[in-house]
Design a protein. Sequence first.
Length: 733
Amino acid sequence: VLVNGKRRNASAYVSGANGGGFPGHAWADLALIPVSAIDHVEVLRDGASAIYGSDAITGVVNVILKSQAHGGDVSVESGQSTDGDGSRTSVRANVGLPWGQDGFVNLSGETTRQHHAIRTRRYVDGYLSYPAVDGNGNLVALRPNNRLPAGASPNPAEANRDAEANTILSSPSYALKAFAVNVGHGLGESAQFYANATASDRTAQAIQNFRLPATIFTTYKAPGVLSVFPDGFLPVLETKEKQYTGTAGVKGQLAGWDYDASLTGNRSTVRTYTRNSVNYSLPYPGSPTDFYDGKLDYQQGIANLDLRRGFEVAAFASPLEVSAGAEYQHEQYERGAGQWESYTGFGAAAFVGYSTADAVKATRNSKAVYVGAATNITSRWYLDAAARWEDHSDFGSVSTGRLTTRFDFTDALGVRATVSNGFHAPSLGAQFYQATGSCPCGTTLVAQVSSPAAIALGATPLKPEKATNYSLGVTWDPSPAFHLAVDAYQIDIRGQLGQSSQIGYNAQDPARITDNSGTVLSAAQKSTIDALLGAAGISILPGDAFYASYFTNVGNTRTRGVELTLEANQDTAWGKLRWSYAANVGRTTIQKVSDIPAALQGLPNINLLTKSSEYALRFRTPSYTQVAGLGWQNGRWRSNLDFTYYGPIKRLNNGVEYKQPPVLVINLSGGVELGAGWSAALGINNVFDKRTRKVPEYARSATDVASIETTWDSGDVLGNVGAYWYGRINYRF
């Protein structure tokens, strides 16, 4: 992601063991840029890595900030779901001010407050929530699936049981404050100073799974907790994120070259808290119910120089546009430990804090040079080539390139093609990620790749994900009011990043030692695991359970597909119409699974690409998606009608495959210019209230069926909020 052509940092948050198909990845968060600051957005996909480097493997989004020196606007928007919750209110403002004769200062701000949209996982009627009571009035543990033990009676508190206490499906709440400034000023006749900065502060809360009184008493054997939370408790995960970005530079002309030299500094800090929770290892009452879990901090500094110049070449139909550049980047990633109570023993329920062993501070540097050349070979044949060499202090150097061409058969009909290669360097967060968790079922460790534990289990240094991209397309523009494009593409990714299988065993029943899948291990297999972990100073005690994993390059994938886009404008007696249609049909296949490390080849059920990881890679999106839109404007009035049709998608739950059918989502909005700078708009997203769909019962576990009425598909393309209406009023001056 770029802002005014300069790199914007990723979030400090790194997707971990439950990152779906993207463990170890970090993303730039566009929601932290004030909407009022954005003038427009540019998208570059084909071969972007050849110019912009590692994190441009899937393309580039360039956010262009407003730069006017006069006027501005203020808007207020508010809405909520049709269920009456999930309300969100935003206030946004922008103003442009002159700076001398040829400069500008453009200021933008936004504040947004969103509340939870409460959605529940209802417990099955008859599913007991409280410990049972024996004949003497003492609390006793329930049997599996929360059934009554022999001779016991239901707890009288069951009469007032809240079957809808588990509201984990609720949407998060958050409060956001964001600010942006963009400035520019001439430096003589041939140079300009420019700078921009953003600052944002966001506090978000996400509801976690409800903890039943029966679970507290039976599983965790923590009756003291019931004195604090006699009816159970609902933990809330809170994050406090601050992000600061800034760029300053000079651009102009020198000796016939256009130059752009800049410095950029970015920082993202996320502090995590667990609220309304407990640590079952601590004595209650008297121990904390709110915990500071630790922090993540990512810093980035960039120095960049771009050069451009056109050369007249007699053999070409247009000047040869030559570009070159160099870049130096410094990154720092830090994970800081939380308070002791957040990670000791079981750790805080819902989110175990970062321990002192998980804490890390790591840095790396990279340098890059890149060149490009583009021209019209003839009046109808365009050719563009680019190459980039990049060297990282932690994994070495990589070269990438791009070749793009276009041939116009007529002024209306053309064909285009691109071949390129790209790469994605493992993030610092992926290389130094380490997290531990503990519960009565055992201890889990996602080990840092370079740690003794990971190395003993066959881990090797992470390698860049490398991609080769091909695209071929046709464009047709018979008139200024009509555009059609069809593109076929293939993307091959080698060394896809993922998570290894979990290695260890459960010794809680000494007579039946099992691995993470429940398979009974032979004495020889147990000895192999003991030797592997022992080499790292880890031992599994009788009656304990322990599992370790790590990030690794799991294999190669290939994605093939076709995209179609169509746009048309039409003037009618009753207004201007703008038609649009886009469709994508794609398929991802696994080309190769990485070899199992030699150290693990004697163990059962070990595969670097688990079934769930395979589905996350292959079926991230529906097999096809279609988007159609119709815009209308007549004088002061305007409206938009949008259709999104999601094709079927394969899903996996409890090891069982199922398929979600196609679904159509419709959005509708309308607005009017009120005069004197005022305008208003109303809209409704998801008009027909489509929501996350059910997991079929045959794909649910027996325990899940016995306890919860419905399991919703957490990976569905639909959200839980449903239909959402909003209104907006805007004043432009």
